[in-house]
Design a protein around this ligand. Structure first.
Ligand code: SAM
Length: 225
């Protein structure tokens, strides 16, 4: 059974898509998608040998070797033109690593029309990357599993405008104001306030002053959403 997190990622894969799951680990996501008949073909990419071997094993065990190609490759290098990949999923990593993967082989995204990105932390950098590279937010999701809160950002090609607050918290998520969304930003705000109180006692240096300004700005931003 797929985790609640990966199940939420799977919901954004269009039926009939040709997908590349980058950083696939056990290839659970592509196996699930093929079993459900959502996709016919998938690529599972892994850069680390151990997880790559786990993916190969899992695909063989499930009898899906004809439909899922597992490749040992760095990020988008797992995608070949003859794959005709139109959808890329990158899940379970930090936002900055996801962005680094997207930026390293941009030519591999030529035929790709949808990106489903699930950063464990710092979703903000993904929205910044999208803004700068002509991708627009199609949808977003936020969910909690095992006491961790995860965000999913779904992108399609196009332009968008986002405020600073929307870049931080997500435009769709802030429109919806789900209990998980409120919980996440309440938590973050309390953390920032804790740090702010702690540094109020600290010596006044330019660095501390900068940190104080940054935290105050962040608190203001989330109070406005
Ligand atoms: N995507 C799965 C999920 O969401 O459950 C696995 C997440 S796992 C925490 C992250 C995986 O990404 C690891 O198996 C790691 O080896 C792989 N990874 C990290 N950097 C990568 C890169 N540049 N290219 C391909 N895979 C990468």
């Amino acid at each position: 059974k797929l985790s609640k997190r990966l199940e939420a990622v799977a919901k954004f894969i269009p039926s009939g898509a040709t997908i590349a799951d980058i950083g696939s680990d056990h290839a659970y996501l592509p196996c699930y998608l093929v079993h459900k008949g959502i996709v016919l073909h998938a690529i599972a990419g892994e850069v680390v040998k151990g997880p790559y071997e786990s993916a190969v094993k899992q695909v063989q065990k499930e009898g899906l070797a004809a439909k899922i190609t597992v490749r040992l490759a760095d990020g988008l290098a797992a995608i070949e033109p003859t794959d005709h990949v139109d959808t890329v999923a990158i899940a379970g990593m930090g936002g900055p690593l996801i962005v680094a993967i997207l930026e390293k082989h941009p030519e591999k995204l030529q035929g790709v029309t949808r990106l489903i990105l699930q950063p464990n932390i710092h979703a903000k950098v993904i929205r910044e990357w999208a803004l700068a590279h002509n991708w627009a937010i199609l949808d977003e999701e936020i969910l909690e599993e095992d006491d961790k809160i995860y965000e999913i950002v779904v992108l399609q090609r196009g332009q968008m405008e986002l405020s600073d607050a929307e870049i931080l918290v997500g435009p769709r998520l802030s429109q919806r104001q789900s209990p998980t969304f409120i919980k996440k930003w309440q938590r973050e705000k309390e953390n920032w306030q804790r740090v702010l109180h702690a540094i109020e006692e600290a010596e006044q240096t330019p660095e501390i002053e900068e940190k104080r300004a940054e935290l105050t700005a962040l608190i203001h931003l989330v109070e406005g959403v």
